[in-house]
Design a protein around this ligand. Structure first.
Ligand code: MN
Ligand code: MN
Length: 358
């Protein structure tokens, strides 16, 4: 017998029925984002067949080479969400300034911040990429939007999510009541709830970090990774696996599914950059999702969601995943900052270190 499938449309309407004063704006916005995601998924999937791969021959606000699909995905997100009357303004990795909703459309009460194509360096090699978004409330929807409207700590996000364009196209969402995962059924063109209430195990034997940066790491990160590598013969007394997909969305989905810890920590590679990933449209939405799934997200020295942003494209160190591991890494930072980890700054340690700075 047919028991019905929960589409994203039904899910958002049911969510709205839980809030008696809801206006429909929120589900309208989510469905517009879902449409954008389906269009981007289609472009990513067709790839070379439609000439969508390769560089666009331009740079974004941060001096990064833009892929054609970065530009296409950004256009799709803007065009599919600007007309609905849900938004006051939006901001994107691919746009230097924020984008106020044009005057011909109604101005709404939300702000949308997004990374239209995350991991786009993976596009040409056919490895999973995605889109990340964060929804904030406009502080004063009656006046024209301003830059500082966007500079809200992540804890104030109304909702966040990401799409993953992998073997399946998935959409992962939180509105502050846990994390639900949807899979795109291309035959009917709808997202179906397939992963309700995802939970990150508190413990893990898997870590992810770009080890080519190891000589630039701070001692607490070196200490943590050393201990993982030492496995059964070290203080952790268990063997670890390492993963590095170099795609934040793919790493996040893996951690949501089976646990793990991801680190893009502060390092000394480029002293002008306090981290690699961007606070507003990468760290904040991922941190919100991870916390809602029972995990933790930190700079190493504090909760990501408590950071007060200072700029649209601000970068930040990001460590997230299984709660007990993230807390351990935070403790190593505290111990280092208080000079309590002598063992790990000693020459002895460096001699036996695989990732020695010397
Ligand atoms: Mn990204
Ligand atoms: Mn991107």
């Amino acid at each position: 017998m047919y028991e019905g499938r929960k589409t994203l449309t039904r899910y958002t309407i049911e969510q709205e029925h839980r809030h008696p004063h809801a206006t429909g704006d929120f589900s309208g916005l989510l469905n517009a984002i879902a449409t954008a995601v389906k269009i981007i998924a289609n472009q990513v999937n067709k790839g070379a067949l439609i000439g969508a791969l390769g560089s666009a021959g331009s740079e974004n606000a941060q001096g990064e080479v833009q892929k054609k699909l970065d530009v296409i995905s950004n256009e799709v997100m803007v065009r599919e969400t600007e007309w609905g009357g849900h938004l006051a303004a939006m901001a994107s990795e691919e746009m230097e300034e924020f984008y106020p909703i044009p005057a011909q459309y109604a101005r709404g009460k939300y702000l949308l911040v997004f990374d239209p194509l995350d991991g786009s360096g993976n596009i040409d090699i056919n490895i999973s990429v995605g889109s990340i978004f964060s929804i904030l409330r406009s502080p004063e929807p009656t006046r024209p939007p301003r830059l500082d409207d966007f500079l809200q700590p992540g804890a104030q996000q109304v909702a966040a999510g990401f799409a993953l364009y992998g073997p399946s196209t998935m959409l992962i969402l939180t509105a502050g009541h846990g994390v639900d995962g949807f899979t795109l059924d291309r035959d009917i063109g709808a997202f179906i709830l397939t992963h309700p209430q995802m939970r990150i195990p508190e413990d893990t034997r898997e870590f992810a970090i770009n080890a080519s940066n190891s000589r630039f790491w701070e001692p607490p990160v070196k200490r943590y990774v050393e201990e993982c590598l030492a496995g059964k013969t070290g203080p952790r007394d268990k063997d670890f696996n390492m993963r590095w997909i170099a795609s934040l969305v793919a790493e996040t989905f893996r951690i949501l599914t089976r646990g793990g810890v991801f680190m893009y920590p502060k390092d000394t590679k480029d002293p002008d950059k306090p981290g690699r990933l961007r606070l507003l449209y990468e760290a904040n939405p991922i941190a919100f999702i991870v916390e809602q799934a029972g995990g933790a997200a930190s700079t190493g020295r504090g909760r990501i969601l408590d950071v007060r942003p200072e700029a649209l494209h601000q970068r930040i160190p990001l460590i997230f995943g299984s709660k007990n591991e993230v807390e351990r890494i935070e403790r190593y930072h505290t111990e280092h900052d208080h000079g309590l980890d002598k063992e790990f700054s000693s020459p002895l340690f460096n001699v036996r270190s695989l990732f020695s700075a010397q």
